[in-house]
Structure formats: C-alpha cells, structure tokens
Design a protein around this ligand. Sequence first.
Ligand code: HSE
Length: 324
Amino acid sequence: MKAAKKIGLFGFGTVGKGFYENLKKHPHIPVVIDKVCVKRIDLPRIGHELYFTNNPHEILEDPAIDIVIELIDDAAAAKVYVEKALENGKHVISANKKMIGESLEEVDLWHQVYEPSFLYEAAVGGGIPIVHSMDGFLHDQEVVKIRGILNGSSNYILTQMQQNQWTYEKALLDAQHKGFAERNPKLDISGIDASHKLSILAYHAFGEIHSNKSFEIESIETVSEADIRKAKSKGRKIKLVATLQRRNRVVECSVKPEFVGPDDELYSVDFENNAISVEALISGKHVFVGKGAGALPTGSAVIEDLKRVLGNYRYRTTLRPSLV
Ligand code: HSE
C-alpha cells in the first residue's frame, strides 16, 4: 500500500475548518494533514490531533510535505507561500480569489514553469465546479459570454432585504455570522470579490488577462429601499450581476446591481447561492448553480482539487491568442 501523501495546510478559518471537516468524511482519500500554519497557535480550536505552527517554513521547507493547501485571507502572504511551495516541488491548492485574480500573469507563469499542479476550484463560486468545467469541457470552444452571481454574501444580503425586509446592517451581520463574508466584508458588498472571480473566469475562458481595474464595478450599497420597492412592484429582483461579454474582439466586464425578471436564470438564485451562465458557441448555454459561500461547500471544492492533484491533474490553461 502506498503511504498517505502529506498535506501542509495554511489557515484554519472558515474554509480551512470546512476542508478539515469534509476530509474526515473521506477516509478513503490517501492523505494526512501533517502540519497547519496559523497566525496564532495559542487560540482554542477544533482539530486537537493536528500539529499547529506559526512558522510557514516548517511547511514550505519540509521535503516530506507533498501538497500545500493555502486557505488564508492575506493575499500578499498567500502569493509568497504559493510560489515558494511550487518552487519546492509541492502541489498547491488555493482558494485565494484576490491573490489569483490580481496575479494572473504570475499564475500563468507558474502553470508553465512549475511541474506540480496549482489548482483553485474553491476560488470561484464556492462549491460550484466552474473552474474545472472551464478548463475541461469548455476549454476548446469559444466562450462568448459569462454572466452570473459570483458573491454569496451580497446575494444573501439582497435576498434578506427583498424577501424578509431585513435591514442591510442586519443581513450583513448575519452573512458574517454564517461565515459567508470575507474578514473585510467591503470586498463582498463593493463587487470587488466578484470582480476577482470574473478575472479568473476570463483567464480560463479566453486565455487572456483582464484586470478588474478596467471593469465597471458598482457596490450593492447603492441599492436603496426605493429601488427594492420598485423592483418588487414590477415583479423583479435586484441581483449583483457579474458579466463578461465579448463583442468585436473587445471584452467588456462589469459587476453591478441589476433588476432581473422571472424569465432570467438568475431570478431564483437566492441567499448564498451563486449561478454562472456560460454561453459557448458549440454546446450553447450552460447554467451552473450551487452554494457560492460557506465552510462546507467551499471546503468540498478543496477536496475535489485534492482528488485531482492525486490524479496528477493540471490546468491546461495558458495565455493564448484570442479564440474569437
Ligand atoms: N465571501 C465570499 C462570498 C466567499 O460571499 O461569495 C466565497 O468566495
């Protein structure tokens, strides 16, 4: 029997714990969490059998660690850890949409230069297998449009405000308690978090890098009670919609609140659910719906990446001339 692969885990917050809880339900996966790197080792936690350290080098420089799983919210530190781990021959799994979305040139280079896999399904759409689908089934055909709800917290807030007349403040607090929102929830409500995810999708859909600096981004804070009443009176809902469209070789990207009607596939996507509609020239429109935030759904995407790493899966994506 082959020895279990050793995992070095960075971060034990919402997603880290979600991954840990999920992994316990999959004893057949031949891995073991060898070390967990956290900022503070003195905090009481679940996972008493785990070895905690606050020294990243204990993982990065340990030749016995095969796979690094990076689930921290500090994008700058994550970038350093991910690159060092790849350089040291370790497979890496990350959920860091900010780091990946803002560093796609480096990410593209890492895919080309380093032999180990670098996978990040959990960075987009929580538990929805969208990155894998873009890199797999949809990789060799032209994608002309991606449109969706890419942030669970802002969708949760808008849903509670519209369905249950909650105040914005109450809904935000609840999204934080439920572990949907980022440590800095401004990223969720401003549309920035969704824009990072859109950049990642653009890279996988088109093999191109589109920085969110060129996106039109509008916060859900601009949605007033009058807007909500107006939407309701017209039988519509307000959703934070992320759109990426290719027209005449120009890619237009935006994240902004929109009125959507019952005939729109995003209309019934409520609470922390996300939806991503992908229009491909050959196979048509595909709509992926599922839980876009939360410990267990996001942790399950990490588990999927782990299984793929064990099967030596690598993303096929590298920058390429426009397909369209
Ligand atoms: N804060 C994010 C969201 C978590 O609400 O969608 C999942 O990326």
